[in-house]
Design a protein around this ligand. Structure first.
Ligand SMILES: Nc1ncnc2c1ncn2[C@@H]1O[C@H](COP(=O)(O)OP(=O)(O)OP(=O)(O)O)[C@@H](O)[C@H]1O
Ligand SMILES: [Mg+2]
Length: 460
């Protein structure tokens, strides 16, 4: 869609001339020869930009601009003034006018200003979209965890989100540390401010300090301009220091100073900079071991570890596997425009028995892959990677686990009932009494399971 520009100018030659040029540049141009018409136009349609003459016959350009900005604050107004007086400029900027140009208008300059303002508008709207998207993505509904261990974490997130306390998130790779860090930010009162993330492991040691704390011009070879660091960019928001275990000792000292006094200096700078930043750190490293080897400062550890959150590996919370599988099936069927209804019982068994060394990330990749690979509307064992298929044992192929049956004669049908009862009892026991999970594991609907529990007189 073409950007819309309104030109407000009483000199008809200038008005027509500018309109012609901008139309040639593929803008959708409207014209107004006085303030009143301009205001009517603004009411009628949405403009990206208004090109405003300072001197108008009815009202002055500043006054019209003020009225326009009241109605549509996102509009970029570019003022054209014949005087170019500093006073006008200052007044204009105070009002929230985007920029001003002096007459006679330099057309190249005009086009540059217009393009820059459009770019900014796009960035702002993208940023709003992105923030809204992120806020949705990191609502709890997108962090799956039915296990007691995850429920505890959710409670903790809600408790600590609105405090200023530093959080240290720990857990093996792929357990969801980044997800939890984001949840804390988006649940906090800083949610509308920046969440700045930095991965301490991915930046060379020499650059890390300047990335974090910024640098002054000339601080080192190549520092042609002074630059803000992540701490300054995260002002009023949250800074997420990922892989904190990789932080070099020199930078650790500087971080400690920030945590103690909330101030720091840029690299090559002398001025103390104070920022309001909430810190969240994460690591999959054993920091205690690193401290013993003098690779991690003990005093920093205690400053960071104010609120520790430890995410258990997936193999220690198997109750989460089923719900995660459902979640990823839905997510990746949508993404790949497939309609996958579920997963076969055998496949479920294999996935439940596997130890998931790569945790949730590995499970997520496995499901995405299976969805891409499968020809059917249900994921089967053949859609799993070869190494997982090779884990299919007789036990995992069938839920029928024969119970010991006493020596007395029972009809075959009775034996069947005993088997059925035992299978359901075990499923309920494995699911710690959670009927939804037991039903999923058994391939029953929850209603069927309830009926069977009643009929078989099971104590659940
Ligand atoms: N509880 C969960 N619910 C839904 N998705 C999850 C959950 N935990 C992790 N994931 C997903 O698993 C993937 C890995 O998570 P994340 O990047 O947060 O892990 P990490 O602990 O930071 O890993 P690493 O140490 O390797 O950086 C992501 O795609 C994330 O969305
Ligand atoms: Mg991570």
């Amino acid at each position: 869609m073409n950007e819309k520009i309104l030109i407000v100018e009483d000199d008809l030659n200038t008005l027509e001339g500018l309109a012609e040029i901008l139309e040639h540049e593929k803008f959708a141009v409207s014209k107004a020869k006085n303030g009143k018409i301009a205001l009517d136009e603004i009411k009628k349609s949405q403009f990206n930009i208004v090109l405003m003459d300072y001197l108008l016959p009815d009202k002055d350009g500043l006054e019209i601009s003020r009225l326009i900005l009241q109605q549509a604050p996102e509009i970029k107004i570019i003022m054209m003034t014949a005087f170019g007086s500093v006073k006008n400029a200052v007044e204009a900027m105070k009002l929230g006018i985007y920029d001003y140009l002096t007459k006679p208008i330099d057309l190249d300059e005009l086009l540059i200003v217009i393009k820059r303002s459009i770019k900014e508008q796009q960035l702002i709207s993208e940023n709003i979209d992105l923030k809204e998207k992120l806020q949705q993505t990191y609502r709890f509904k997108n962090i799956i965890g039915v296990s007691g261990k995850m429920q505890e974490i959710f409670k903790k997130i809600l408790k600590v989100a609105n405090t200023e306390a530093t959080v240290l998130i720990r857990g093996e790779s792929g357990t969801g540390k980044e997800l939890i860090a984001r949840a804390i930010h988006y649940e906090s009162s800083r949610a509308s401010k920046n969440l700045v993330e930095i991965n301490c492991a991915s930046i060379p040691e020499t650059l890390l300090e300047s990335e974090l704390f910024g640098h002054e011009k000339g601080a080192f070879t190549g520092a042609y301009k002074s630059k803000k660091g992540k701490f300054e960019l995260a002002h009023k928001g949250t800074l997420f220091l990922d892989e904190i275990g990789e932080l070099p000792l020199g930078v650790q000292a500087k971080l400690l100073r920030f945590l103690q006094d909330r101030i720091f200096t840029r690299v090559g700078g002398i001025e103390n900079i104070e920022v309001d930043v909430r810190l969240i750190a994460a690591t999959n490293k054993n920091l205690e071991q690193a401290m013993e080897r003098s690779l991690f400062r003990e005093d920093l550890y205690y400053r960071l570890n104010v609120i520790p959150i430890t995410i258990a590996p997936l193999r220690e919370r198997p109750e989460d596997i089923g719900p995660l599988i459902d979640f990823f099936i839905q997510k990746y069927s949508e993404k790949n425009q497939r309609s996958i209804s579920g997963i076969s019982q055998d496949t479920m068994n294999v996935l439940m028995q596997y130890k998931w060394p790569g945790n949730v990330r590995e499970l997520e990749n496995t499901i995405e892959n299976a969805i891409v690979m499968t020809d059917s509307d249900r994921i089967d064992t053949t859609d799993l990677p070869a190494f997982l298929q090779s884990q299919i044992t007789e036990e995992s192929q069938s839920t029928v686990v024969m119970p010991e049956i006493g020596g007395h004669k029972e009809s075959f049908k009775d034996q069947l009932v005993v088997c059925e009862r035992e299978i359901i009892r075990r499923a309920l026991k494995d699911a710690k009494g959670n009927k939804t999970h037991a039903a999923r594991k058994l391939g029953f609907s929850i209603r069927t399971l309830r009926n069977k529990i009643r009929r078989l007189n099971l104590q659940y």
